[in-house]
Ligand binder design. Sequence first.
Ligand SMILES: [Zn+2]
Ligand SMILES: [Zn+2]
Length: 134
Amino acid sequence: MIGHCLCRRVRIEIPGTPDGIGICNCRLCRSSGAAWGYFDPAEVKVDGDVAGYSREDLDDPWLVLHFCPRCGATTHYTASGAHPLDRIGVNTRLFVQDELDGVAVSYQDGRCVFDEDDEFIETGTGHIGDGKAF
Ligand SMILES: [Zn+2]
Ligand SMILES: [Zn+2]
Protein backbone atom coordinates (compact mmCIF):
# COMPACT_ATOMS: atom_id res chain seq x y z
CA MET A 1 0.00 0.00 0.00
CA ILE A 2 1.19 3.49 -0.80
CA GLY A 3 0.40 6.65 1.11
CA HIS A 4 1.44 10.27 0.86
CA CYS A 5 1.71 13.30 3.10
CA LEU A 6 -0.70 16.14 2.46
CA CYS A 7 1.53 17.90 -0.09
CA ARG A 8 2.54 14.53 -1.62
CA ARG A 9 6.28 15.24 -1.38
CA VAL A 10 6.72 12.27 0.95
CA ARG A 11 5.66 8.83 -0.24
CA ILE A 12 5.47 5.94 2.21
CA GLU A 13 5.05 2.31 1.22
CA ILE A 14 3.99 -0.54 3.50
CA PRO A 15 3.69 -4.21 2.53
CA GLY A 16 -0.06 -4.40 3.24
CA THR A 17 -2.62 -3.51 5.83
CA PRO A 18 -1.29 -3.45 9.40
CA ASP A 19 -2.40 -6.13 11.86
CA GLY A 20 -4.01 -3.36 13.85
CA ILE A 21 -4.13 0.39 14.26
CA GLY A 22 -3.42 2.10 17.57
CA ILE A 23 -4.95 5.44 18.50
CA CYS A 24 -3.40 6.78 21.68
CA ASN A 25 -4.13 9.77 23.90
CA CYS A 26 -0.60 10.59 25.08
CA ARG A 27 0.74 14.05 24.29
CA LEU A 28 2.99 12.82 21.51
CA CYS A 29 0.28 10.88 19.72
CA ARG A 30 -2.45 13.48 20.09
CA SER A 31 -0.13 16.24 18.91
CA SER A 32 0.98 14.21 15.93
CA GLY A 33 -2.57 13.41 14.83
CA ALA A 34 -1.42 9.93 13.89
CA ALA A 35 -3.22 6.60 13.97
CA TRP A 36 -0.38 4.11 14.15
CA GLY A 37 0.08 0.93 12.21
CA TYR A 38 3.09 -1.11 13.26
CA PHE A 39 5.66 -2.68 10.96
CA ASP A 40 9.12 -4.18 10.87
CA PRO A 41 11.40 -1.27 9.91
CA ALA A 42 12.72 -3.26 6.93
CA GLU A 43 9.18 -3.46 5.48
CA VAL A 44 8.63 0.30 5.27
CA LYS A 45 9.96 2.46 2.46
CA VAL A 46 9.94 6.24 2.83
CA ASP A 47 10.75 8.41 -0.19
CA GLY A 48 11.17 12.16 0.14
CA ASP A 49 12.72 14.33 2.80
CA VAL A 50 11.37 14.10 6.33
CA ALA A 51 12.30 16.05 9.43
CA GLY A 52 12.62 14.48 12.87
CA TYR A 53 11.63 15.59 16.35
CA SER A 54 12.26 14.00 19.76
CA ARG A 55 10.57 15.34 22.85
CA GLU A 56 12.73 17.86 24.67
CA ASP A 57 10.65 17.73 27.85
CA LEU A 58 11.73 14.16 28.63
CA ASP A 59 15.18 12.98 29.68
CA ASP A 60 14.65 9.79 27.71
CA PRO A 61 12.32 10.51 24.79
CA TRP A 62 12.28 6.99 23.29
CA LEU A 63 10.95 7.96 19.88
CA VAL A 64 11.71 10.20 16.95
CA LEU A 65 8.65 11.56 15.18
CA HIS A 66 9.12 12.08 11.47
CA PHE A 67 7.10 14.53 9.45
CA CYS A 68 7.06 16.33 6.14
CA PRO A 69 8.86 19.66 6.62
CA ARG A 70 6.70 21.24 3.92
CA CYS A 71 3.13 20.33 4.95
CA GLY A 72 3.79 19.14 8.50
CA ALA A 73 2.02 15.77 8.17
CA THR A 74 3.34 13.10 10.53
CA THR A 75 4.65 10.19 8.49
CA HIS A 76 6.08 7.71 10.99
CA TYR A 77 8.09 7.23 14.15
CA THR A 78 11.29 5.36 14.79
CA ALA A 79 13.05 4.41 18.00
CA SER A 80 15.74 6.67 19.37
CA GLY A 81 19.21 5.15 19.66
CA ALA A 82 18.97 3.96 23.25
CA HIS A 83 15.79 2.00 22.61
CA PRO A 84 16.01 -0.11 19.49
CA LEU A 85 12.58 -1.44 18.62
CA ASP A 86 11.67 -4.27 16.30
CA ARG A 87 8.78 -2.22 14.97
CA ILE A 88 8.11 1.31 13.88
CA GLY A 89 4.83 3.20 13.73
CA VAL A 90 3.43 4.44 10.42
CA ASN A 91 0.68 7.05 10.29
CA THR A 92 -2.12 5.09 8.63
CA ARG A 93 -4.08 8.30 8.12
CA LEU A 94 -1.85 8.93 5.10
CA PHE A 95 -3.40 5.95 3.30
CA VAL A 96 -6.72 5.70 1.50
CA GLN A 97 -9.30 4.84 4.13
CA ASP A 98 -11.14 2.32 1.94
CA GLU A 99 -7.95 0.27 1.62
CA LEU A 100 -7.86 -0.10 5.41
CA ASP A 101 -11.42 -1.45 5.67
CA GLY A 102 -11.71 -4.15 8.30
CA VAL A 103 -8.46 -3.38 10.11
CA ALA A 104 -8.91 -3.54 13.88
CA VAL A 105 -8.51 -0.27 15.78
CA SER A 106 -7.47 -0.10 19.42
CA TYR A 107 -7.98 3.08 21.42
CA GLN A 108 -5.22 3.21 24.00
CA ASP A 109 -4.76 5.22 27.16
CA GLY A 110 -1.12 6.16 26.77
CA ARG A 111 -1.30 8.96 29.33
CA CYS A 112 -0.81 6.37 32.07
CA VAL A 113 2.42 5.07 30.52
CA PHE A 114 5.55 6.58 31.99
CA ASP A 115 8.17 3.90 31.64
CA GLU A 116 8.76 0.66 29.84
CA ASP A 117 7.17 -1.41 32.62
CA ASP A 118 3.79 0.26 32.30
CA GLU A 119 1.12 -1.37 30.17
CA PHE A 120 -0.99 0.47 27.65
CA ILE A 121 -4.64 0.24 28.68
CA GLU A 122 -7.09 -0.40 25.86
CA THR A 123 -10.15 1.77 26.30
CA GLY A 124 -12.10 0.71 23.23
CA THR A 125 -11.95 -1.14 19.93
CA GLY A 126 -13.44 -0.87 16.48
CA HIS A 127 -12.70 -1.59 12.84
CA ILE A 128 -11.98 0.74 9.97
CA GLY A 129 -15.16 1.00 7.95
CA ASP A 130 -17.52 0.17 10.81
CA GLY A 131 -19.15 3.57 10.58
CA LYS A 132 -16.97 5.33 13.10
CA ALA A 133 -15.01 8.29 11.80
CA PHE A 134 -11.34 7.63 11.23
ZN1 LIG B 1 4.12 17.06 2.72
ZN1 LIG C 1 0.82 7.73 22.55
